[in-house]
Ligand binder design. Structure first.
Ligand code: FE
Ligand code: FE
Ligand code: ZN
Length: 297
């Protein structure tokens, strides 16, 4: 008997097919959920959502029994609510607000957000800026049905959100925190110093500090770097320092049954790896030749 699992990957969202293209791409990999950016993650140029073929995409997804209420959107990297510079902070707030509204246009409920960087202003100042930013944004869009999922970060540079305690601190500071949840990235927590293989320890700790009901998205990635490296370089499933057996625990654990698992693993010589990785995950058996198979397509 096959377990029903929520499994997808990051897919592109670009012209001419936009969201319809995103859904087609996810289906071509055998996915029932997906994650997309509403535009280029590194700039703020955005195609108006009326042109993004949203209805066509949603229709195709529905026809193919995808889990629409578990689709995920990722906010652009440019947003940094931790920024001590008032102008950049304001830019980040405005951009986040417009992304929340766009996300709602896609009927997408979960928006993953990197909590922010303190840019050498220190952890305390940074966390307080993030809290203030989230409060000011949510005050304006509290009636929109979009949940901001704060992503657990690797701790590269001055990144915040590198421990469950920091994430909890942010959640506690936000007034409308029913609108805040968490995205757990396996590569990032490995790089932040959590032993991914010990899923009971990870989930118990998460539950004790934040509450497992807040865990809404898993980013399923292997890591090129060892425990605690603070690097954030993703690796294909089973080819990194975390390893296949440790990662698939998160796919099949009953406590995470309703949480979408999204692959953000790297392309292999310009080829998307997701179809092959998903097949391998469903077989529950690591294939050391997977990269050659991906390249030979
Ligand atoms: Fe991310
Ligand atoms: Fe991630
Ligand atoms: Zn990452």
């Amino acid at each position: 008997m096959e377990d029903k699992i929520l499994l997808g990957s990051h897919v592109s969202m670009s012209g001419p097919d936009y969201f319809l293209g995103s859904v087609k791409e996810a289906l071509s990999y055998g996915e029932n959920v997906l994650m997309f950016y509403t535009g280029a993650p590194q700039n703020n140029k955005r195609t108006p959502t009326e042109k993004c073929k949203i209805e066509e995409g949603l229709k195709l997804a529905k026809e193919n029994n995808m889990e629409l209420d578990k689709f995920v959107c990722h906010a652009p990297y440019m947003i940094n609510l931790g920024n001590p510079d008032e102008e950049k902070f304001k830019f980040s707030k405005d951009f986040l607000k417009s992304e929340i509204l766009r996300c709602a246009d896609f009927k997408c409920r979960y928006l993953v957000l990197h909590p922010g960087l303190h840019v050498h202003a220190g952890e305390e100042v940074g966390l307080n800026n993030i809290i203030r930013g989230l409060n000011e944004v949510l005050e304006e869009v509290k009636d929109i049905d979009v949940i901001i999922c704060l992503e657990t970060m690797a701790g590269k540079g001055t990144e915040l959100g590198t421990s469950f305690e920091q994430i909890k601190k942010i959640i506690d500071g936000v007034k409308y925190n029913d609108k805040i949840a968490v995205c757990l990235d396996t590569c990032h927590i490995n790089d932040a110093g959590y032993i991914v293989d010990d899923i009971d320890a990870v989930l118990n700790k998460f539950d004790f500090i934040i509450g497992l009901d807040k865990l809404k998205v898993i980013h399923l990635n292997d890591s090129k770097n060892p425990l605690g490296a603070h690097k954030d370089r993703h690796e294909n499933i089973g080819f990194g320092e975390i390893g296949f057996d440790s990662l698939i625990k998160y796919v099949y654990d009953s406590r995470l049954k309703n949480v979408p698992k999204i692959l953000e693993t790297p392309y292999v010589e310009n080829n998307p790896p997701y179809k092959e990785e998903i097949e391998m995950i469903k077989k529950k058996e690591f294939n050391p030749s997977l990269k050659e198979i991906i390249c030979s397509k």
